[in-house]
Design a protein around this ligand. Structure first.
Ligand SMILES: C[S@@+](CC[C@H](N)C(=O)[O-])C[C@H]1O[C@@H](n2cnc3c(N)ncnc32)[C@H](O)[C@@H]1O
Length: 242
């Protein structure tokens, strides 16, 4: 059973105050890059894995997707998604993507944002997603970048020029990592970039694009807090096709 940290009260109240949850996609600096990886979504049957508050599920129907299935383990996240959604083309369900079996060839687009690093068995998940998609479909997702996950947090050290640096710890050792973020002992799973991409290819996906997201100069100018994200990649964005 996956850890359901988003139903922990302290975690949920901290997480809900993040700019990306208050302002939605406008508060997510990687969103323009991620959206550029999408195929045309009009008329598509989409699935949003770990949909959270449903920001992307709603964007998909607003941009013509025929239906969206939004899946999340957390009752808190799904309740909020249901509260703020009126479109009946979106079906939100509470389910664990670690074990869920989606119907075969039921979707034309699979998406996930910042969720797969909570999943222990990415191999099973990638194969299941592949089966659930029709031929020619796209599968686009973001995860916490493995270098970010392996970097020392929350403390940094200063290099000889006084710049903040985050030493990377045991990058080659894959598997469970625990971190304190809004709550103690949040469980995540570290996989090397190569492992993630090889899992996708073994499942039958063609890799279309990979982006180690870093904010642009303009984004840092507008929001100087993003400066740290230039020191190590924070997110890995992947676009693939079946
Ligand atoms: C960082 S949030 C991202 C939410 C949303 N995709 C977004 O970008 O705003 C991660 C989400 O993954 C969900 N999640 C984590 N493990 C999961 C699992 N095993 N099955 C389904 N959802 C999971 C969490 O409940 C949470 O809503």
């Amino acid at each position: 059973m996956a850890q359901n940290i988003y139903d922990n009260l302290d975690f949920f109240s901290g997480y809900s105050q993040l700019p990306r949850q208050v302002h939605g996609l406008a508060g997510a600096p990687e969103w323009p890059t991620l959206r550029a990886m999408f195929p045309h979504v009009a008329g598509k049957r989409a699935v949003d894995l770990g949909c959270g508050f449903g920001w992307v599920s709603r964007w998909l129907v607003e941009n013509g997707a025929k239906t969206v299935l939004g899946v999340d383990l957390s009752e808190n996240m799904i309740s909020r998604a249901r509260e703020v959604t009126t479109d009946t083309a979106i079906d939100y369900r509470i389910a664990d993507i670690e074990t869920i079996e989606l119907p075969e060839a039921a979707f034309d687009f699979a998406f996930s944002s910042l969720t797969f690093h909570y999943v222990r068995d990415f191999d099973r998940l990638a194969r299941m997603i592949h089966r659930s998609l029709t031929t020619g479909s796209h599968f686009v997702f973001s995860i916490e970048h493995p270098i970010f996950m392996a970097a020392t947090r929350p403390h940094w050290i200063e290099d000889e020029d006084g710049r903040k640096t985050w030493p990377v710890n045991r990058y080659a050792i894959e598997g469970e990592r625990r971190t304190d973020w809004f709550a103690k002992g949040v469980v995540k799973y570290h996989r090397k970039i190569g492992t993630t991409l090889n899992v996708l290819m073994r499942a039958g996906f063609n890799i279309e694009a990979v982006d180690e997201f870093a904010p642009s100069v303009e984004q840092v100018r507008e929001n100087p807090a993003l400066e740290d994200e230039l020191e190590r990649p924070m997110m890995l964005l992947v676009s693939s096709s079946r």
